[in-house]
Design a protein around this ligand. Structure first.
Ligand code: NAD
Length: 693
C-alpha cells in the first residue's frame, strides 16, 4: 500500500464506520453485523499504525461510541466512560501479547513475579453508570461518546436487578458501572410474542436492550425484561476503595448488585489462556450473549500507574470469540414440514462461520417475517447463531442490494408439501402455512397417530410415544388405517414389547373399531377442530359423508363454527390423501352409529359454557362433563370472557383466580346440581352482557 492509497482507504473506512456507528450507537439499529464492523475497524487501526500521518482526530479509532440522543438529557461523566482495546489475535498469542505489554509498561523484567489479573466475561449489552448518593440511586447514564452520556434514570429504575437503595453502610457518593443486557431466553420469548402478534421481531438481545434503555417512555422499558451485571467504578467520595478489582466486585455484591460468578483472579498469561478456553467451552450454555472475555490488571494501584491511551485503559483488554452474527449470501429458500404440518421457510446460505460452526441454512420463521424483514433471494443477509438457538436470518444488508430482487412468496413457490404432495394453505389470521395432508404426510405421521389413539379420540391404550416411534421409524405403519392391519408378530418384535403386551395392544386396536362419529372426527386431527367442535359437527350433521362434502357456509351454520374452523375443515377434506385414509379406515371396519341431523341441544344449560376446576366432592370430572353436556351445555378447558359458569372444587388453582378477576359466576358442586335441574339458569344474566366482546 502506498501512502496515497492508505490515505484514500482510511478516508473511505472513516466514512463507512461513522455511518455504522451512528446506526448502532444512536439509532440502536445496526445495518451490518458487529463482525463486519470489527473487520473494518481493525483494518483502519492497522493502516493508522502503518501510516500514522493519515490518522485524524475524528477517526473512530480515537473516539468512543456515538453522540447522545438529543431528546434525552445530557449527562457529563465525572470520570470518562471508555472503551476497551480489542485484542485482534483470537489465539492464545493474544493473551501473551497483552501480558507482555503490561509488563513492559510497568517496567517488569522476566525475573519479576507474574502479574495478577482479574478475569471476567465481556457481556454483550450496553454500559451504564449508576450514581448513588448516600445509598440512593439518583442517576443512571449511558456511555454516549464517553465524555457525555444520556440520562436514562427513568428507564433504569424499572430494572428490578438494579437496587434503588444500597445495602449496608453506603458511601456519600459512588458510581457503579456495569452492563445492562437481555437474557437469551427473555429475548426469544419477546420475539416469539412479537411474531405471534404480527409485529416486527427484534434483531438481537444487545440492540433490544440498548433500545429499551434509551426509550423516552419508561413504560416501554418496563415491559422489556432487562438484567444487569456490575463490573466497574466511576466517581466516588467517602468510600475507602478496596485495593483490587476483584475485592471491589465483592463489595459491589455486598451493596446488592448482581456480579457475575464467572470471574476469577489468575496469575500471568497462562491463567488468562486457561480462562479464555474454559469460557469458550461454556459459551453456548450461558443464558446470555458474551462476545469475549476481559482481562484486567487486578491491583487498582497498578491500574492507576498504567493509565489510559486515547479511548482505552492500558490495564484491560477484550479477548474476543468468533462472532455470533455474520454476513453471507442468501442463495435460496426451501421449506421444512413440522410434526403438525407447519411449513417453515429455511434459508439456504453460502457457508459462513458463525457462533463457532459453519452454517449453511437458517430459519426464516414464516412468510410474515420474510415480508417484515424484506428478505429476498440473492440478498446479503445477517445470520445469527447464539447458544443452542437455531440459526436465524436477522435481516438483509440493504445497502448491499445492488439489483432488483423478487419478493419471495411461499405459497407460490411451494403450493404443495415437499414431503407428501398435499396442498399447502395459510389460514387467514395465522402466521404459518401448513400442509393439509394431516393423515397422510410422513412428516406428520407420529403426531397424527398419537392423536388418533388418544384417550378422547379412538382411545387405543398402549399406543404411546415409544411404540409409535418404532412403528413409524421402521415403516410398519404409515397412516392410522395401517394400525388395523398389524399382527402380533410385528408388534412383539418391537423393543420392550413382549407377546403379552402385543396381544393387549392388538385387542385395544380391535376394540377401537367401534366408536362414535364425534370421536372419529376428533381423531382425524383436523386443525382447529377440538373435541367440542367435533361433537357439534357430529350432532348437526348426523353422519360423516355430509361433513366431508359440506362447504364453508354449511359448516358455519353449526353453532360456534366460525370462518377459521370452517376453512380448516374444508381444506382438510379437500385433500384427496386424507379422504383416502378415511376410506381405508372404514374398510378396516372402523364404524359408528349414524343418524339424522339434530338441532342444538336444549336443556337448562343450552348454549352455556362451563369450566370445571379442582376436585368436586362426589362427581368425577368425566361424570360432571357428561351431565353438563346432557343439559345442553359445553365444557371448556380454560376460563375466558365466554365462560358462563366456573365450577370450583377442592384445590382449584389459577382458573378460579382468573374467574374471580373476570367476575364470572362461580359455583360449587351443589350449585352445579341445582343448575342442572334448571333452578339457577338465569343467574348468569350479568355475565352474559359482556360475553361477546
Ligand atoms: P466494546 O463494546 O468492544 O468494549 C467496551 C464495552 O464493553 C464497555 O463499554 C462495556 O459496555 C462492555 N463490557 C462488557 N463486559 C465488560 C466487562 N466485564 N468489563 C468492562 N466492560 C465490559 O467497544 P466499544 O467501542 O464500546 O464498541 C464497539 C462494539 O460495538 C464492537 O463490538 C462493535 O462490533 C460494535 N459496533 C457495531 C456496529 C455495527 O454497525 N454493527 C457499529 C458500531 C459498533
Amino acid at each position: 500500500m502506498t501512502p496515497g492509497q492508505a490515505h484514500d482507504r482510511a478516508a473511505a473506512l472513516r466514512g463507512l464506520l461513522a455511518r455504522y456507528d451512528h446506526a448502532y450507537h444512536v439509532l440502536d439499529n445496526p445495518t451490518v453485523p458487529d463482525a463486519e464492523y470489527d473487520r473494518l475497524f481493525l483494518e483502519l487501526r492497522q493502516i493508522e499504525t502503518d501510516f500514522p500521518e493519515v490518522r485524524t482526530a475524528d477517526s473512530p479509532t480515537q473516539r468512543v461510541g456515538g453522540a447522545p440522543r438529543s431528546e434525552l438529557r445530557a449527562v457529563r461523566h465525572d470520570v470518562p466512560m471508555l472503551s476497551i482495546y480489542t485484542e485482534t489475535d483470537k489465539s492464545e498469542q493474544g493473551a501473551r501479547a497483552f501480558d507482555a505489554r503490561v509488563r513492559k509498561a510497568l517496567g517488569l523484567s522476566s525475573e519479576d513475579a507474574p502479574v495478577e489479573y482479574a478475569v471476567e466475561l465481556k457481556f454483550d449489552g450496553l454500559a451504564i453508570g449508576l450514581r448513588y448518593e448516600n445509598g440512593v440511586l439518583v442517576r443512571a447514564a449511558t456511555r454516549g461518546d464517553g465524555e457525555t452520556g444520556e440520562d436514562v434514570t427513568h428507564n433504569v429504575r424499572t430494572i428490578r436487578q438494579i437496587p434503588l437503595r444500597l445495602s449496608g453502610a453506603a458511601p456519600a457518593l459512588i458510581e457503579v458501572r456495569g452492563e445492562i443486557y437481555m437474557r437469551r431466553d427473555d429475548f426469544e420469548k419477546l420475539n416469539q410474542a412479537q411474531r405471534e402478534a404480527g409485529a416486527k421481531s427484534f434483531v438481537n438481545p444487545r440492540n433490544t436492550a440498548a433500545g429499551a434503555v434509551r426509550q423516552l417512555d419508561p413504560a416501554i422499558a418496563a415491559r422489556r425484561p432487562l438484567s444487569f451485571f456490575a463490573y466497574g467504578l466511576g466517581a466516588r467520595a467517602g468510600w475507602s476503595v478496596p485495593t483490587s478489582h476483584s475485592t471491589m466486585l465483592d463489595a459491589f455484591a455486598a451493596f446488592g448488585f448482581p456480579v457475575c460468578a464467572h470471574r476469577r483472579v489468575v496469575n500471568g498469561p497462562d491463567g488468562l489462556i486457561a480462562f479464555h478456553a474454559e469460557i469458550e467451552a461454556m459459551r453456548n450454555s450461558l443464558p446470555y450473549d458474551i462476545d469475549g472475555v476481559v482481562y484486567k490488571v487486578n491491583s487498582l494501584a497498578l491500574q492507576e500507574q498504567l493509565g489510559f491511551v486515547s479511548r482505552e485503559p492500558r490495564w484491560a483488554v477484550a479477548h474476543k470469540y468468533p462472532a455470533q452474527e455474520e454476513i453471507t449470501r442468501l442463495t435460496g429458500i426451501e421449506v421444512q414440514v413440522g410434526r403438525t404440518g407447519a411449513i417453515t421457510p429455511v434459508a439456504r446460505l453460502e457457508p459462513v462461520f458463525v457462533g463457532g460452526v459453519t452454517v449453511t441454512n437458517a430459519t426464516l420463521h414464516n412468510q410474515g417475517e420474510i415480508d417484515r424483514k424484506d428478505v429476498r433471494i440473492g440478498d446479503w443477509v445477517i445470520v445469527r447463531r447464539a447458544g443452542d438457538v437455531i440459526p436465524e436470518v436477522v435481516g438483509p444488508v440493504l445497502e448491499r442490494r445492488s439489483e432488483e430482487l423478487a419478493r419471495f412468496d411461499l405459497l407460490a413457490s411451494f403450493p404443495t408439501c415437499p414431503v407428501c404432495g398435499s396442498h399447502v394453505v395459510r389460514v387467514e389470521g395465522e402466521a404459518v402455512a401448513r400442509c393439509t395432508g394431516g393423515l397422510f404426510c410422513p412428516a406428520q405421521r407420529k403426531q397424527a397417530l398419537l392423536h388418533f389413539a388418544g384417550r378422547r379420540a379412538l382411545d387405543i391404550e398402549g399406543l404411546g410415544d415409544k411404540v409409535v416411534d418404532q412403528l413409524v421409524d421402521n415403516a410398519i405403519v404409515k397412516t392410522p388405517a395401517d394400525l388395523y392391519k398389524l399382527g402380533v408378530l410385528a408388534l412383539a418384535n418391537l423393543e420392550r414389547m413382549g407377546e403379552k403386551s402385543a396381544s393387549k395392544l392388538l385387542a385395544a386396536i380391535a376394540a377401537s373399531r367401534e366408536t362414535t362419529l364425534a370421536r372419529f372426527i376428533y381423531a382425524l386431527g383436523i386443525r382447529n377442530v377440538g373435541e367440542t367442535t367435533a361433537k357439534d359437527l357430529a350432532r348437526s350433521f348426523g353422519s360423516l359423508d355430509p361433513i366431508v362434502r359440506a362447504d364453508r357456509e354449511a359448516l358455519m351454520r353449526v353453532p360456534d363454527v366460525g370462518p377459521v374452523v370452517a376453512d380448516s375443515i374444508v381444506q382438510f377434506f379437500a385433500e384427496p390423501h386424507n379422504v383416502e385414509v378415511i376410506e381405508q379406515l372404514r374398510a378396516a371396519g372402523v364404524h359408528w352409529p349414524e343418524g339424522p341431523p339434530q338441532s342444538p341441544p336444549s336443556g337448562p344449560l343450552a348454549g352455556k359454557v362451563v369450566v370445571l376446576t379442582g376436585t368436586l366432592p362426589t362427581l368425577g370430572r368425566d361424570e360432571a362433563k357428561a351431565m353438563i353436556e346432557g343439559a345442553g351445555g359445553k365444557v371448556a378447558g380454560s376460563v375466558s370472557k365466554r365462560t358462563n359458569f366456573v365450577v370450583a372444587g377442592a384445590e382449584a388453582g389459577s382458573k378460579l383466580e382468573k374467574a374471580k378477576q373476570l367476575g364470572l359466576n362461580i359455583l360449587d358442586e351443589a350449585g352445579l346440581k341445582a343448575l342442572l335441574e334448571g333452578a339457577g339458569a338465569d343467574t348468569d344474566e350479568q355475565t352474559l352482557s359482556g360475553h361477546d366482546q
